[in-house]
Design a protein around this ligand. Structure first.
Ligand code: 5GP
Length: 114
């Protein structure tokens, strides 16, 4: 359960963000600490899932929607090409335990993974 995270507060509106895309199930907003020319976070509104494997097992259609939103944002904010990253677990770099996709775009050629 990922209920008590900063992203839950963003979903509830307690922490304001610039909403870049929103559907019934998904929200997208800029990362507060961008690591690329375009760095957007796409999250499910549900607080039930800590990582992408849990979400994929329980709600594959929500994961598919997150990826569709990521693609659309890469088209509107960059040239349509993008990198998607799901950190899963603290030793993999996950700091917020509410599943999220990092959408990185812009000129990433010189940037290392992660
Ligand atoms: P993780 O390391 O868990 O994969 O990624 C968490 C991401 O959330 C980080 O890139 C971090 O910059 C971002 N983040 C943490 N707190 C906030 C916040 O309050 N607002 C926004 N927009 N991004 C945040």
């Amino acid at each position: 359960m990922a209920a008590d995270t900063v992203f839950a507060k963003i979903v509830s509106g307690e922490i304001p963000v610039e909403i870049l895309a929103e559907t019934d199930r998904v929200l997208a907003f800029p990362d507060i600490s961008p690591q690329a020319p375009v760095h957007i976070l796409v999250i499910p509104k549900s607080t039930a899932y800590e990582n992408v494997a849990e979400l994929a097992a329980a709600e594959p259609e929500t994961l598919a929607e997150m990826i569709a939103v990521a693609k659309r944002l890469a088209e509107t904010h960059a040239n349509g090409e993008y990198r998607l990253i799901f950190n899963s677990g603290a030793t993999a770099g996950q700091t917020v335990f509410h599943v999220h996709a990092h959408v990185l775009a812009g000129d990433l050629e010189e940037r290392s993974l992660g």
